[in-house]
Design a protein around this ligand. Structure first.
Ligand code: CUV
Ligand code: SF4
Length: 624
């Protein structure tokens, strides 16, 4: 049975575009999901293995058929190995993004990246001092160059520690070291995952999963944190600002350019190029009143956080944006970009422009980006979009009305500043019970869950129960679309949280950035834990990824839980084919890293699990 638009999304703008897709005879991810049903049971349970060419092997989940692969691998081994490969891929994605950001930073310091500069000097100095780089007698560029080398070394290091892990509370560091899961070098951990999962290497589920935790940590406190920090130096550390979200940010009489993917390196330039007088003049000549840049996914979050550039939608709205018929160019870099956009853009006038040397898709115009000529490439891209404006078929255009105001830009620095420079007022509010605790809600959309239903309901339930929510990624966009990122949303919060938000003038849900910016949440959690002299696992805090889908989310789960934060997943990862692995993830890890996972698709029940956890931590701290 085909789902209706109403069943597919809770968002009215998305519903109307799903209906338009239907009328235009266009297929979306939801249709393709239905074509996939029923999905393969072996795959869902994680019990098929293709790691060598004696296979593929699969284990019979009912215990009647094969219990072992040809090499003798059990369900436990196969499930654990498959999970480790997911973590490796996710950590690789975040960390390779970080590497490129650092390489840009290095080129900038050598004067070889024309249009880039140092936007946050204070952060440059503080990052350098963490590495023991002295400022004396050096230019900013020299310091930047030394810092770039130190950061690049984190990837190829053979022995740890990764410097930013030192930001974690003392007790956490001791625990990691006792468990032998302190990451050594970022690339080393990822390579070791691939080695261990090769046929005939690591064949003990627990042993395999410990490597998963270590690799996750090399992402959260390594790759992701490096990406966040260095992007702040290059583009500025986000500060609170206002913007708008949802498909209604597209403008009928302007050239609409979407930036989609994950890396802000090029999109920063695109935002700038869109204001270039020469291009604005050209836009007028082509009959448009201006140029409108809007984001999707985390590239969108990056430009939103730093410039207030509007966001057109979440992961599952990438196709819907094209279906408006009003997009002149869909500009993509890496990650979470559906190859389906190739066919889809072909049905409209939209130019699909791929920019990363690493990522191409069917039907793209390649406009490869290199730092040396970043601004020129960005101008070229905008020009292509502008010249495409006359090709727009206005009869096919239908832009939903819906757009929502939002307040964004809550970096850890900005939150501390809003609190007057220290976490004390927040700690006071938590101790006094006005704020019960902190909920970190993150992650993607997933067609298996009604679009934004999990995100919005979970977050609403938390704030109603006086849990302050910090958010990143597509959860943040979903919350923004639901109107939760404005100070007025305090009205939806419980009395305690409402009072705190009103006195500070902040929303009850704080947008901390893109997915790599989950590292900002780690920094904030550490600041609070360190101030209290406790471990992160002692804090009344819990995490959730209600609609996650990407391998990156698995790596995030690994580092968030190993950092001591109980985390609820809205969809089950492919591990249920092994009782041992499932039990380890949902219970066993508690005794190891002081936190574990739960799986709960119902956002109301998920919120309850988080609230119970927070209450338990409050009791243990002697709070009420
Ligand atoms: Ni990186 S990883 S769908 S964009 S949050 Fe959005 Fe965030 Fe998931 Fe991708
Ligand atoms: Fe089969 Fe073992 Fe090869 Fe996997 S590694 S495909 S279980 S023989």
């Amino acid at each position: 049975m085909k789902q209706t638009a109403l069943e597919r999304s809770i968002d009215p703008a998305s519903q109307s575009m799903l209906e338009k897709a239907e009328n235009d005879g266009i297929e979306t991810a939801w249709d393709r999901y239905e074509q996939q049903l029923p999905q393969c049971g072996f795959g869902q349970l994680g019990i098929c293995c293709r790691n060598c060419n004696m296979g593929p092997c699969r284990i019979d989940p009912f215990g009647e058929g094969a219990k072992n692969g040809i090499c003798g691998a059990t369900a436990d081994i196969i499930v654990a190995r498959n999970l480790l490969r997911m973590i490796a891929a996710g950590a690789a994605a975040h960390s390779d993004h970080a590497r490129d950001a650092v390489l840009t930073f290095k080129k900038m310091s050598e004067g070889k990246a024309g249009s880039y500069g140092i936007k946050d000097e204070a952060k440059l100095f503080s990052l350098a001092s963490e590495y023991g780089i002295s400022e004396e007698g050096k230019s900013r560029e020299e310091i930047a160059s030394e810092l770039a080398n130190a950061l690049l070394a984190e990837f190829g290091k053979q022995e740890g520690p990764i410097q930013y892990t030192r930001r974690a509370p003392e007790a956490r560091l001791r625990l990691w070291s006792e468990l032998g899961i302190e990451p050594r070098g970022i690339d080393r951990e990822i390579v070791e995952c691939m080695h261990r999962t090769h046929m005939g290497v690591d064949n003990d589920a627990t042993h395999i999963l410990l490597q998963g935790l270590r690799t996750g940590l090399s992402d959260g406190w390594g790759g992701s944190m490096i990406a966040t920090e260095i992007q702040d130096v290059l583009f500025g550390t986000p500060e609170p600002k206002k913007s708008t979200v949802n498909l209604g940010v597209l403008v009928r009489d302007k050239v609409n350019v979407i930036v989609h993917g994950h890396e802000p390196i090029l999109s920063e330039m695109i935002v700038e190029a869109a204001e270039d007088p020469e291009l604005l003049k050209l836009a007028k000549e082509k009959g448009a009143t201006g140029i409108n840049v809007a984001g999707i996914c985390c590239t969108g979050n990056e430009t939103l956080m730093r410039h207030g550039t509007p966001i057109a939608g979440t992961f599952l709205q990438q196709e819907l944006a094209v279906i408006t018929g009003a997009i002149e160019a869909m500009v993509v870099d890496v990650q979470c970009v559906m190859p389906a956009l190739g066919n889809l853009t072909g049905c409209y006038h939209t130019k699909f422009i791929s920019t990363s040397p690493k990522a191409d898709f069917p039907g793209t115009v390649r406009m490869e980006f290199h730092e040396e000529k970043a601004y020129e490439t960005a101008k070229e891209i905008i020009k292509t979009a502008v010249e495409n404006f006359p090709n727009r078929n206005f009869e096919k255009v239908n832009i939903p009305e819906e757009k929502q105001d939002c307040m964004v830009g809550f970096s850890a620095e900005a939150i501390l500043k809003a609190l007057g420079g220290t976490p004390d007022p927040l700690i006071g509010a938590i101790a006094g019970g006005a704020v019960k605790g902190i909920g970190a809600v993150v992650g993607c959309n997933n067609v298996k869950i009604r679009h934004n239903y999990g995100h919005v309901n979970l977050v609403k339930e938390l704030i109603k129960n006086n849990v302050l929510v910090v958010t990143t990624g597509c959860n943040a966009i979903a919350c923004a679309e639901a109107g939760l990122l404005v100070p007025e949303a305090a009205a939806l919060a419980g009395d305690g949280l409402k009072g705190v938000c009103e006195s500070l003038g902040i929303p009850p849900v704080l947008h901390m950035g893109s997915c790599v910016d989950i590292s900002r949440i780690l920094v904030l959690a550490s600041a609070i834990a360190n101030r209290l002299g406790v471990d992160i696992s002692d804090l009344p805090a819990a995490g959730a990824a209600p609609e996650w889908m990407s391998e990156k989310a698995v790596s995030i789960g690994a580092y968030v839980v190993s950092s001591g934060v109980f985390t609820v997943l809205g969809t089950a990862p492919p591990v249920l084919g092994s009782q041992a692995v499932a039990a380890l993830l949902t219970k066993g890890l508690d005794g190891v890293v002081g936190a574990s996972f739960a799986v709960e698709p119902d956002p109301f029940k998920a919120a309850n699990l988080m609230l119970e956890h927070i209450e338990g931590k409050r009791r243990a701290l002697g709070l009420n």
